[in-house]
Design a protein. Sequence first.
Lengths: 472, 567
Amino acid sequence: MSILIGLMLLITVVASFLVLGLDRDYSKRIALFASGVVLAITILILITSLAQGSVSLSEQYNYVSAFGISLQLQMSAINFILVLMTTIVAFGTVLAGNPEHEHEKVANTLILLFEFAAIGLFTSANLFVFFIFWDVGVVALFFMINSLGSPNRRYASMKFIIYEIFASSLLLLGIMMIYFYTPVHSFNIQTIISSAASIPEATQAMIFFFLFVAFMVNMPMFPLHFWLPDAHTEASTQGSMLLSGVLTKFGAFGMLLLFSILPISREFAAPAAALAGFSTLYAAFVTMRQKDIKRVIAYTTIIDMGIILVAIASMNEFGTYGALFGMFAHGVTIALMFLVVGCVHHIFGTRDMRSVKGVVNQATSTAYSFLAGTFGITGVPLTTGFVADVLIFIGSIQAFGIIGALPLLGLLIIGAFLYFVINKSFLMTKDPLQRVDYIGVEQKIGYAFFMFFMFLFGVFPFLLLGLTNLQL
Amino acid sequence: MSLVASIISLLIAVSLLWNTQSVQSFVWFSVGNFGIPISTTTGALNMTLLLIVAGITPLIFTYSIGYLKAPSEQGRYYFEMCIFAAAMMLFAISANFITLFIAWEMLGLTSYLLIGFWQHKPKAQVAARKAITTIIIGDTAMLIAILLIWVTYQTFEFTSLLYVAITPQLYVAMLLIAVAAFTKSAQFPFTEWLADAMEGPTPVSAFLHSSTMVKAGVFLILVLAPIYAELNLLYIFIIFGVVSALIGATNALSEHHIKRILAYSTMEDLALMFIAIGFNALYAAMLLFVVQAFYKALLFMSAGSIMHAGDDEEDLFESFNSTKSKGLFFTMLIGTLSLAGVFPFSGFFGKVAVDSVAANFSSIQTIAVYIILSIIDLISSIYIFRWLFVPMRKASLDKAFTLNVNYRTLPKSMLIPAIILAVFVVLGAIIYVPLTSLLVLSGPPVSISLFDTILETVIVLAGIGVAYVLYVQRKLDGFTEKHGLLHGIFSSENSINSFYLYFVSFVDLVAKGIWQFDHYIDQILYYSGKGLVEIGNAARKLQNGQVNLYVAAFMLGLLALVILYAM
């Protein structure tokens, strides 16, 4: 029995309200301190558990013990990797994501609230808790887009919330069906896994369908991805970093849960993987027509999450590790990319790749960070993306044969296109666009921070893969 | 700094020679019971490549000191060059696919950065883009192949792959690896990036063409040749090699850009190596591999020096008076003689070795290949002497030339490495003898018959004669340009490029279609959402509190029900 996870949740939520209550001048310091402490706790857990070779924590906080309502939390390798990613992304977001220093108070409140939700969700041992944290996270991000984005934000945030409410309702329906059809009537994930085989097959299929669609919206997958580009384009930089870095992992984590809970999911694995693979190629082609650099990055999220779903659906050891590593890699890398794009917007006042020219001339660190982020996304060796790709595609080739390697073509297309963008807008210094503003040292530290983790776990992947306890 | 580092790495490489050949391996990371290892080897082939790379690197860096003067660019330049060299050294000693792939991608990416090094030149950026697009096609093919091999055999090691059962997966994987090697070594149909890569700084070209990058593809196939032999797939290297060699040789003949001529000739040399591998003559391929590294580095350094001295003039026909700097002209001459294959120079042994393996006139195909190889030898001696002769001309008086005053002030740091290389080129064949004693390869050893020697010499002399007539005596000036068909044959560059363009625009078209589909679905969803709101608004108007309207609706409904029941 430890209290570390509870402590992390407590720190984030208390800090969130402190930021809201106290003066604006303190907001960033408090948020930095809180997310820094949470990151430190996570790294502490990593160091101690690497010595043991596995991580296994479980906590229970009774709320109304007479009715058995309690907050059940657990942490195995799966949960841990996602929590680590969340804390890294959240700290980096607080640190660097707001070069304009606009609405710091609201932004930091919502970031901390979202971090609270994400940590809670990724460590929940109980589907009911899972659902509650899910909605808290979605609502926090809704306000983040709705109040902090660019001019067209209300349209985008409404679109986002409509899709997410649709997903939430299906999620609730699925969870309730699981609760009523398991013989013991429990929300606990362990209990459900051990007794889910007794649910009738037709019901299982129905539950699978509901939950799959719910998570598909969140991941997002074709044909339910339409909220994502708009939400990213209109959200503030911090909003995009959290949205793509962490929120999309809610869906992927849910998929991981779904595929391990329901025995019938084995039968749907191949179609799910086919859909994911199609989604990857589809998004790759759509990306090629985008003109807004932020939209390009937004679409790469669909590609990477598609690949992660392929890994989850291959349902073997490599696939699961690959999906986890892929989520980690994607979270850190995409946060870096959105940070860079946000800074480009801040420096030049535009994100249109037709007019942005000569970034390397005007803002060298920004241009090279974009290059490093591209390496991460396309899976260049010694970044986390490469380890993820190797694991994922070993898993998927094992499960589906050589067809399982087809999503790599999506990565090929997006790679070619991103290098095109780099050459056209970032590295070519002919007729550079004049900058209208500067970025501070915080943003540069932010680049270095994300790149540090991107390369650290890419060069030493055993730091994460040494955790071998994959039980949910 | 980087010069010191490169010399240290050369010393380490040389010191490795005295170690016993061994394979070292450690587990990088593991998943479940499976470990993903990193392994390195100091086998004979690997040591040869490592020595070449480690030997040429300090020379290139010395050359760069004279070439690149601007201090603001130096940090970036030496950083990228060091990584480039390090990646190639890692490639040279890799003993399994995962190590190889790491080096492979690092090579590709650093070469991309180096080709696009001149950030103010849009052409350089276009060239870099073309290179990276080709390269990542190869990378993807390679990644699929090695993962397929792992899933099938649970191994990444080259050596253990020799003893596995043959499965269809192995065929697929090996073909994909061949594609990857073709992209790296610029063989048909991935030829064009190499010529465009000349937009990069000259030392980069010298490095890229002699010992790194393009050699990676050939070397990979050399290492894996026994597996290809086992699968009976070697003939694909002959086919693609012959096609690429023809493309390279003919384009080199019609090209005007000083460095692009050499680029096309590299393409041809690499193709000759592939042809030798295709005949399973690994010694011959390796011999050409070694000597080509030296003479090509030398030629590129000389080309860079001509351009440097001539105020960065890139057109061969606009460069004059190359004989003014004796050192430069001497290095150019040696490089040219070696590339053409004149007898005592090292290039001769490389080329004749490759010709000899094709010279078993057992079937019609090998005879055809032999004839084509002879024609290619002829063309290559013509174009390289064209390259030598044309800048020798005196500048015509009607142009106010001031550009050749620089010839006497060529920096020492640009001349000395070239002279060292020239020594290597002359002695190349002699150096190779101790190396061959170290090598343990399958296939017949190099044998150079008198017949081949004589034939090669005759061909080369004929080529020199033709070049002399054409470019020194200036007969038939602009002959090929005047004849459409010949021009078509001798610059296939445009047709290959337009093939790429068609392919890209096809992909673009697909993307456009899918994007519009995406957009329309989004619009449909948007308007259907809006429609629902409109329906809601309309329905709201019905509840307007007027009782007579409610009564009317009630009566109508009742009427409808009655009618329904009555029917």
